[in-house]
Design a binder for this molecule. Sequence first.
Ligand SMILES: NC(=O)c1ccc[n+]([C@@H]2O[C@H](COP(=O)([O-])OP(=O)(O)OC[C@H]3O[C@@H](n4cnc5c(N)ncnc54)[C@H](OP(=O)(O)O)[C@@H]3O)[C@@H](O)[C@H]2O)c1
Length: 409
Amino acid sequence: MKKKINIGLFGYGCVGQGFYKVLQQSPNTNAVITKIVVKDKSKSRDLPVQQFYYQPSDILLDNNIDTVVELIDDANAAYDIVKSALKLGKNVVSANKKLIAEHLDELIELANTQQVTFLYEASVCASIPIIRNIEDYFKSDHIQGFQGICNGTTNYILSRTAQGLTYDKALSEAQELGFAESDPTLDVDGFDAKYKLAILLKHVFGVSAKPEDIFNCGIRHIKPAHVNFADNYEGKLKLYSYAKQVEDKVIGFVAPFVVPLSHPNYNVENEFNAVNINAKFAHEQLFQGRGAGSVPTASAVLSDVQAFQTGYKYDYSSTKYNDNTFTNDFYLKIVLSAHDESSLDAIKFEHTAYSEVEGKLAFKVGWVYFRNLIKVDFNSRSNMFFAVISEDFKLRLSEVEHAVGEALV
Ligand SMILES: NC(=O)c1ccc[n+]([C@@H]2O[C@H](COP(=O)([O-])OP(=O)(O)OC[C@H]3O[C@@H](n4cnc5c(N)ncnc54)[C@H](OP(=O)(O)O)[C@@H]3O)[C@@H](O)[C@H]2O)c1
């Protein structure tokens, strides 16, 4: 018989209620929710009022509770709760990507010191078991890179703009369907995708990159002409949480990519998430599933709770065996577009393959130095847009010149 787990649940919103439901329907999980802490005393709930508490200490100081499941929507309050729970010797599950991306190293160290376990599968692509697969299945393989579609709102908008809708129409559709918040900034500007990228960078490459050191550009300023550009390349625009090892360096950023027809991510549509992994021995593997939603997200939380029963912990073996350095010093090939030709000069091109004016937009295709590119805050420049058009990244300018020369031959 597995050891019984006594859970203190923080949050009874979309995911908290989903977790309550899936736990009731999972007789092989010997776990019980002892208390639920929420914020708003005046809210009506679908459970008896005696089950709800309003102070974190109601759970944290209860010695019968050995496991905290943190499912609240406030990253700062969640940080205090998770940290206190680990300090008090409780195992913790969290789905809060922002909190985890910002404080992961500190929380890993705290869990190790306290000899407790901290799991957070739901924080990256919700129901897709990506962290556990990276940790366990790929432990002895070598992941060389991944292309993640880690945000359902932006993938939905990009699917609909590819079908001819404007950005504004696609966004309001996503809001009506409940995929997008009324303030969609975190999603459409690529912040949510960046938090997930930061967590994956740690598990795949052992890289501790703070969210503020990772570049994110979203899709807020996409126009039909950009969709047409991708179409002319036989591709579709997708917002990637992207990472790749280049020699002993790791590059990672969030940006729109032109994804070719031949790529497995090309057909990942609407609110679905996917992570395509490129491993040395296994080669390409596509993980696809629901990256949000009450019950799908709760399934990952349930899986973490079950994992406690077998004494499972993340091993962070990539941190132990890799000596990778995160870098923004590399060259990449992009398409840049602007409302007027002179705005294209905001970014220096090391090599221009071509430039043209199509309708009301000017386009330039070529190689740029990443550090020059990220000086521009694309999320606030409504007249500019860029997309990455090749996964061929170079660390040195001489390699760019060589690649350009080869292409001309
Ligand atoms: N929704 C998804 O599909 C999804 C997917 C993956 C990950 N996540 C992550 O899961 C977490 C929960 O998201 P959600 O969508 O379930 O949020 P939600 O529906 O907005 O629910 C938030 C819950 O947190 C409670 N809460 C907020 N601040 C609190 C505090 N200081 N102390 C105690 N309780 C507090 C709220 O209490 P009241 O009920 O009293 O207001 C509410 O029950 C977030 O970190 C989110 O990023 C969500």
